[in-house]
Design a protein around this ligand. Structure first.
Ligand SMILES: Cc1cc2nc3c(=O)[nH]c(=O)nc-3n(C[C@H](O)[C@H](O)[C@H](O)COP(=O)(O)OP(=O)(O)OC[C@H]3O[C@@H](n4cnc5c(N)ncnc54)[C@H](O)[C@@H]3O)c2cc1C
Length: 446
């Protein structure tokens, strides 16, 4: 019988979070210890929203590695130099790089890790099995028929899209923003009236993009709030993106964490950058002056029902004014609905999920807190409960899925990738073959 291969570290998802982890392991000469499974057929970063002119919201020095290791070959600056564009970039004096440029940087780094990634593999189930020595290990199976074993598991899948209750039936004309570009391209050439639900940075970028498309006749922008609100970019508020904040946040009781997150929400959620708000307001003023009805804003509105005739055709949105609690029907039917409604957290509110769906396979072994949510340690690990006849504890690490337990800087931010990768790497190495922690100190050589 052939020996089963067991990877010391098995990663699911190869986006920026697990890419940063691969960089951290490489620094310690441990690249070959890790193997990753990625759904896309090649490296990509939020490709469905790679919109012309969109920039990133992150200082590019806080890239995959620089805050930990300025000498790494995988920095954004080295990427620019390798492309011969460093001077051009610096000359621009841009606050943030374009998303397209940053995506190219991430792909450039990922190209160094081709041999440790299986692309085009969708992880569909997670279970526990035994290796040839009888030790318990993780087993991930993919829709494409692969089976991978790992001593430790790192989930770096990003969060599940949040789909508001009325829109359970998604399709080619009703889709989440994570399907935006391919869906809109498929409808090219058709005259479209489109509703965009949400008040986030993604929502406003999509509204702007749609208004640039000649086949889009009408855009309705629907939000619960008063309109597109400005992101809280105060450096004081942005302390949530510092490792010290994670140290402060993580030990708090769950109810205090919830309160703090809701207080600091506009640092990252339901809020937009000044530049895109200015662009949209300018367009709206232009429409007002020329009598164009092309853009309709629906503030304080919540979609309560969504109807599509059995014969197909336009969708009708039934809405409620959230302050007057009065029903209202949108005065235009729409051909397309884009749900820029964000992502699901792990928690107990109705729109949350208790844990990542892949963890269902080990649910019976998850340690849960009083709310029924898995207990995630400061090192991002969930230590599975150990049955009486076993001795070795198994750990699942959540890489980029810990906003509820580790604070705002976790799920939605590039800024924390490199330091989080250090934390997880350190924990992985301590768990397996111990390595001195100082190897991970800032400035470590490659
Ligand atoms: C449009 C957009 C723009 C953003 N811009 C910024 C920004 O400018 N600044 C910032 O700080 N943050 C930004 N973010 C936040 C974003 O979460 C992070 O930038 C970053 O993408 C997080 O990386 P990640 O690896 O955790 O998740 P992801 O980027 O979502 O990567 C997860 C990967 O896992 C794969 N995967 C998922 N499920 C499976 C499965 N079952 N099997 C196999 N593979 C799987 C996916 O294909 C994907 O490649 C943005 C988010 C979006 C949606």
């Amino acid at each position: 019988m052939t020996k089963q291969q067991v990877h010391p570290v098995l990663g699911v998802g190869f986006g920026p979070a697990n890419l940063s982890l691969a960089v951290a392991l490489e620094e310690l000469g441990r690249s070959a210890d890790a193997h990753f499974i990625e759904r896309a057929d090649r490296f990509q970063w939020q490709e469905e929203q790679l919109l012309p002119g969109a920039d990133i919201q992150n200082n590019p020095f806080r890239d995959l590695v620089m805050p930990r290791n300025v000498n790494s070959r995988h920095t954004f600056v080295n990427f620019l130099a390798s492309q011969g564009t460093l001077t051009d970039y610096l000359h621009l004096n841009a606050k943030f790089p374009l998303r397209r440029e940053y995506a190219a940087y991430l792909s450039w780094v990922a190209s160094s890790f081709q041999e440790v990634v299986d692309y085009g593999q969708v992880a569909t189930s997670l279970s526990l099995t035994e290796d040839d020595g009888g030790d318990e290990v993780f087993c991930v199976e993919t829709a494409q028929g692969q089976r991978h074993l790992g001593e430790s598991l790192v989930l770096g899948t990003g969060r599940s899209p949040r789909i508001p209750a009325p829109f359970r039936q998604l399709g080619s004309t009703v889709f989440h923003s994570t399907r935006y570009l391919s869906s809109v391209k498929a409808l090219a050439g058709q005259d479209l009236r489109i509703a965009v639900v949400g008040g986030s940075q993604s929502a406003i970028e999509i509204v702007l993009d749609l208004l640039d498309r000649p086949n889009v006749a009408h855009v309705t922008s629907i939000h619960r709030s008063i309109g597109f609100r400005l992101k809280d970019t105060s450096p004081y508020s942005r302390q949530v993106f510092l490792p010290e904040f994670v140290d402060y946040f993580h030990p708090l009781p769950a109810s205090t964490r919830r309160r703090l997150r809701s207080e600091l929400r506009s640092v990252n959620y339901a809020a937009c950058d000044q530049d895109v708000i200015d662009r949209l307001v300018g367009i709206q003023r232009e429409y007002d002056l020329t009598g164009s009805q092309r853009l309709q804003m629906m503030p304080f509105s919540e979609v309560t029902a969504f109807e599509t005739p059995v014969s197909g055709g336009p969708h009708r949105l039934v809405m409620r004014d959230i302050n007057h609690s009065a029903q209202k029907t949108l005065d235009v039917d729409v051909d397309v609905v884009v749900l820029a409604t964000g992502f699901r957290d792990f928690g107990t509110s109705p729109s949350d999920e208790p844990y990542h769906p892949l963890l269902e396979g080990v649910a019976h072994r998850l340690p849960l807190d009083e709310d029924g949510v898995p207990v995630v340690a400061r090192d991002y690990g969930i230590e599975l409960k150990v049955p009486a006849h076993r001795s070795r504890p198994l750990k699942v690490y959540l890489n980029g899925l810990c906003e509820a337990s580790h604070g705002m800087g976790d799920a939605g931010a590039l800024a924390m990738l490199s330091v989080r990768a250090s934390d997880i790497t350190e924990a992985l190495l301590l768990q397996g073959t111990p390595q001195p922690a100082q190897h991970l100190a800032a400035g470590a050589s490659q």
